[in-house]
Design a protein around this ligand. Structure first.
Ligand code: FE2
Length: 283
């Protein structure tokens, strides 16, 4: 079995992978080792990568089929698999998703088969800001008080993208009837088994959760806040400072992430994301 040259980023989440060029052909053995490292470390960093949109798509596709985002306006021309995250404007229009994702979430947790993971590529980022912060939901799960962990293991949460969009995305245009139709509320267990390792992880992506199944929104809100505050504390987090050329793969099944603020008026941040389709969530 191929061993990767890894440096852990924290004891509980993340590793930097050395001596791997994601833009070059990769053997099945190396890819299997990368995939295993993603499942075990949840976040993998590759520095100084020289990818094109197509090589980004080609590498990402080895993990599975790629999503085409609900917000097609923010996908790269000619490459609908690449979702552009940017504050940059061209010809009076935003070229990518902007002003969002500053709250912890797991990408596409609001669909019935949430994304396995994302491959995020930094093309431009201002120095010392615009970081991405991750938390390990494995670590948060393991650190929960036993009673709460047992309770959560029996719970499910209702995710409602349209409800959240209407309360939060005030800068973006309203969703079309088709977008609304394509994103009905879905339910996921609050603790799931990682499909590749079997390890139990918390699975809560707070921004889209409207309520716990069988519980009112009113009763759910304080419990969700308490859990979110616990899981997103400094004990389980890693903050990544971006350099152009960084590629980060994260496992959406065992992490949450959020973008940190930056001077959106005066600096430029440009990132490309591919999102790997997921599977049913299993308790
Ligand atoms: Fe995200």
């Amino acid at each position: 079995m191929t061993d990767l040259n890894l440096t852990e980023l924290t004891p509980f989440i993340g590793a930097e992978v050395h001596d791997v060029n994601l833009g070059a052909p990769m053997s099945d053995e190396t890819f299997t080792a990368v995939k295993r490292a993603v499942a075990e470390r949840s976040v993998l960093l590759f520095r100084d990568q020289d990818l094109t949109p197509q090589s980004h798509i080609d590498f990402s596709s080895r993990f599975g089929a790629l999503e085409k985002h609900v917000l097609q306006d923010f996908c790269l021309d000619g490459h609908p698999e690449i979702f552009v995250v940017s504050n940059i404007m061209e010809n009076g229009k935003h070229i990518g998703a902007f002003g969002g994702s500053k709250e912890y979430h797991s990408d596409l947790a609001y669909i019935s088969e949430p994304s396995k993971g994302s491959v995020f590529r930094c093309l431009e980022c201002p120095d010392g800001e615009g970081e991405t912060e991750f938390v390990s939901l494995f670590a948060a799960h393991d650190a929960l008080p036993a009673e709460k962990r047992a309770w959560l293991a029996e719970q499910s949460a209702v995710y409602d993208y349209v409800w959240d969009y209407s309360r939060r995305q005030t800068q973006r245009p309203p969703l079309s009837d088709e977008q609304i139709h394509n994103t009905p509320p879905v339910t996921h267990p609050c603790v799931r088994s990682h499909p590749e390792t079997g390890r139990k992880t918390l699975f809560l992506s707070p921004i889209w959760i409207r309520n716990f199944e069988g519980m009112s929104e009113e009763d759910s809100a304080p419990i969700l806040k308490e859990l979110t505050d616990f899981a997103t504390g400094p004990d389980f987090s890693y903050r990544h400072s971006w350099r152009a050329g960084d590629v980060l793969i994260w496992d959406n099944r065992s992490t949450l992430h959020k973008a940190c603020p930056f001077d959106e008026e005066n600096s430029r941040r440009l990132m490309h994301r591919t999102t790997i389709t997921g599977e049913q969530t299993v308790r």
